[in-house]
Design a protein around this ligand. Sequence first.
Ligand code: C5P
Length: 407
Amino acid sequence: MKTAFNTLNNRRVLLGVTGGIAAYKSAELTRRLQDQGADVRIVMTRSATEFITPLTMQALSRHPVHLDLLNPDTESVMGHIELARWADLILIAPASANFLARFASGHGDDLLTTVCLAAECPVAIAPAMNQAMWSKPATQDNQSILVHRGVHLLGPDSGLQACGEIGAGRLLDIDPLIERVSALFDTGKLQGRTVLITAGPTREAIDPVRFISNHSSGKQGYALAAAAADAGANVILVSGPTNLSPPERVEHVPVISAMQMHEAVQARVGDVDVFIGVAAVADYRPTLTQSQKIKKATHGKSTLTLELVENPDIIAEVAARKNKPFTVGFAAETEQLETFARKKLAQKNLDMIVANNVSNTDIGFNSDQNAITVYEQDDSLDLPMMSKRALSEKLIDRIAEHLRAKP
Ligand code: C5P
């Protein structure tokens, strides 16, 4: 694997900070969650702001800090329901005795308790308080109610406390805390891998107003990018012009022509684990792009000849690299599917080729559905008609199996 393994890649963590001396540690925690690839947003209780300033947390998280339940400014940007929906995990660290009591009794009178009530994602609490407060029956009952309701309890640790006493109640150290948070997520099949995908058509300019292109909609490539991101990968999507919005959590690199796509891929492919060429790259471009609009001939001539020159084969160049990524091509064919697909697999030195029959207009280019056959050197797999998104998940599974099998 060429990239560092980030255990929280693409994960959205809503960090709730409550009032206690350990609140200062939430600054470091934010950083370390980000180092692992997480996108972190912060909710602070009013008493937390007595211990650490919202400005510090805002600067570190690079997002406005959410403080109030009904704040017209932040509510309009992201209200409590949106915040709860946004999060893949809500982590309260440090969680004070007061917060545990209010959460356990179902309060919804400040932003943090309300977000926790509205949450459908997992919630984890990392308590931090004086040892006597932690051991009190009331606090113990509260934490056990929460654990019974499915809240994940991370810590607390034992040892010397800020108040000078020794006992259980310390916030878990940052390293084990990050480990426990990472363990709460299913490790995505492509967690920490980098996947470069080309998608859509390319446009080859004839003159300032005309171009040569094709019917590719980009739907299959975008669906694959979304599925790879869901599987935990860093995804770079180099895309020709489409009408689609790039999926969330994907780095989108818009290009127009095959030459631009070629350049964008060359600049990024050195560090990737997987390359998937879904783009319908134009095989040829006009040798010369006219700088002025070509005028219709005024007398006699009823033909116009355009000279074309071959574009670089982007995927073949990727597959010819010394340290080539796992390389997957697409073959849109109208006849002899297996023969042509296998020929491309061999000629372009691909690890896998996905063949689809574009003579059937219900599937392929502009459709939301597709039916494909995957060919590998010694194997093949038929995937019957299904949505491009469902197909993408199956393809990502297959690619992940190959990566796992690689030494
Ligand atoms: O040879 P053909 O164009 O049918 O091959 C299709 C595969 O090759 C697709 O994966 C496509 O993205 C890729 N390709 C490419 N650069 C080209 C032409 C095709 O990467 N110039």
